[in-house]
Design a protein around this ligand. Structure first.
Ligand SMILES: *Cc1c(COP(=O)(O)O)cnc(C)c1O
Length: 488
């Protein structure tokens, strides 16, 4: 409807809508037409350009600022991947193009990317096959739990529980619950990890699966993980690997070799595609032999003549979990990243990620308490309880970092750590950047003693002061605010 309005009389509102779209001649039924044009803001092109240019400059991004947002792996996204994703053949492709016609020139290349990306992921993780369809990590979890349900159903069983540690990302219990399971939360032991003895108490034949992140969201590797997998398998519960922290072990250990049966990979985290405000994600799901027959359709297969085709005839498949083949653009950019780095490059990613996190953690220890004071993997969690006792919360620290041009770490997660600041520098940051971050954290520690109000007042460099986020969500105002009018 607004199309008709825009096309008919630009720049005037409140006029009557003509009977049909003058340009296209389409005669829309009267009951579907507006009587009066919507009161849209009217601005010149220059106003629009300025508005969006200024908005874009307000953005914190990996390209502009240090971004140690724990668990999110906000690493640098290589520009070569963007360049390749912009090649004509990729930009103009459409999912409904015929697979094999056009001399194989239309969609064969895209299918080869999907096929080879899957093979790379299998090699990196030790899984037998991947579906590239899921559109995010959380979507991968749901897909994975549906595969787990299909596995037990095929044996004629209906199991009731999925176990998750209390440090798990909220999407884990949410995915399990959406797929119809009851969630049992296992408390972490004193070392910050789920321990075998506690787990065993809950491992009954009614347990469908155990979902784990390893290293976990505290950045800690569970050294009992092999035994945990064996204990789960003893009651035929499956092991789900939340791959969000794959960045820490890539090229060093493979979930499939450790004993996991099903996993997702967050391509937008580990394999460096823009995410957060900057782009969509992808959460391919990998499985071992046991679960391969249940994978979503279609599957990309390589034919004997070397061409690629989509297979739909998979009788045990759980069906589609997304339209077509997933977020192709994200898969493509991740594929470029894997080819670019190669085996030794991907191994270096995890080495530098772990080195940078430990370097940063050791330096911060002079002022801050660590939630768990042991060697970390690619991220670590500070507890600002001591600072809180002096009147400065984790939130205050996060807000002051914004004033210093640093994106805040993840705060108040994992839930089991009080005043948590979860820091993940990633492998793409230089020692100079980490040193500057540490210096600012030191300055904050001083301000806690000398001028805590300054921290509580932060941020002062932003156009708005502290937002009341709960009120913003509960009392959402979407009314357009013309420039110059007072904001309420
Ligand atoms: C990011 C994350 C997820 C969810 O992945 P999305 O791609 O954001 O849906 C799940 N678990 C952990 C540990 C994560 O860090």
């Amino acid at each position: 409807m607004s199309l008709i309005y825009e096309r008919s009389i630009p720049g005037r509102r409140g006029h009557a809508i003509p009977d049909c779209d003058v340009q296209s001649g389409v005669d829309f039924p009267r009951q579907f037409r507006r009587a009066v044009a919507p009161a849209l803001p009217e601005v010149s092109e220059l106003d629009v350009v300025r508005h969006f240019s200024n908005l874009s400059r307000r953005n914190f991004s990996v390209d502009t600022n240090f971004y140690p947002l724990g668990s999110c792996t906000m690493k640098y996204n290589t520009k070569i991947a963007e360049k390749i994703a912009q090649l004509d053949g990729f930009v103009h492709i459409h999912p409904l193009l015929p697979q094999l016609l056009g001399g194989g020139m239309l969609a064969q290349g895209a299918m080869e990317v999907l096929y080879r990306a899957e093979k790379f992921l299998c090699e990196i993780t030790g899984m037998r096959s991947f579906t590239m369809q899921p559109l995010a990590g959380a979507h991968g979890e749901l897909t994975g739990v549906m595969l787990i349900a299909a596995y037990h159903k095929r044996k004629g069983e209906k199991r009731k529980y999925i176990l998750v540690p209390d440090s798990s990302h909220g999407t884990n219990p949410a995915s399990a619950a959406i797929a119809g399971y009851e969630v049992l939360v296992i408390p972490s032991g004193s070392a910050g990890c789920m321990d075998l003895a506690t787990l065993k108490k809950h491992l009954t034949p009614d347990v469908a699966a155990v979902m784990m992140t390893c290293p976990n969201t505290l950045g800690l590797f569970n050294s009992q993980i092999g035994e945990i997998c064996r204990a789960a398998h003893a009651v035929d519960a499956l092991m789900y690997y939340d791959g969000a922290n794959l960045n820490a072990i890539m090229g060093k250990a493979r979930p499939g070799d450790i004993g996991f049966d099903v996993m997702h990979v967050n391509l937008h985290k580990t394999f460096a595609t823009p995410h957060g405000g900057g782009g969509p994600g992808a959460g391919p799901v990998g499985v071992t032999e046991k679960l391969a027959d249940f994978l979503p359709i279609p599957r990309v297969a390589k034919r004997s003549d070397g061409s690629f085709a989509l297979h739909y005839q998979e009788p045990l498949s759980i069906g589609f979990v997304a339209p077509f083949y997933g977020n192709f653009n994200v898969i493509l950019k991740s594929f470029v990243y894997m080819v670019l780095l190669g085996k030794s490059g991907l191994q270096q990613v995890s080495e530098y990620a772990v080195l940078n996190a430990n370097y940063c953690m050791e330096l911060l220890k002079q002022w801050y308490d660590m939630a768990f004071d042991r060697r970390c993997m690619h991220e670590f969690v500070v507890s600002a309880e001591k600072q809180k006792a002096a009147g400065v919360s984790a939130l205050d620290i996060a807000k002051y970092l914004i004033d210093q041009g640093i994106h805040p770490p993840t705060v108040y997660f994992p839930l089991i750590v009080k005043e948590a600041l979860m820091i993940e520098p990633t492998e793409t940051e230089s020692p100079e950047v980490i040193d500057r971050f540490v210096a600012v954290m030191g300055e904050i520690a001083e301000l806690v003693k000398s001028d805590p109000q300054k921290l509580r007042d932060a941020p002062v460099t932003m156009p708005v002061k502290r937002l009341d986020e709960a009120k913003a969500a509960r009392d959402l105002k979407l009314r357009w605010q013309p420039a110059g009018e007072k904001q309420n």
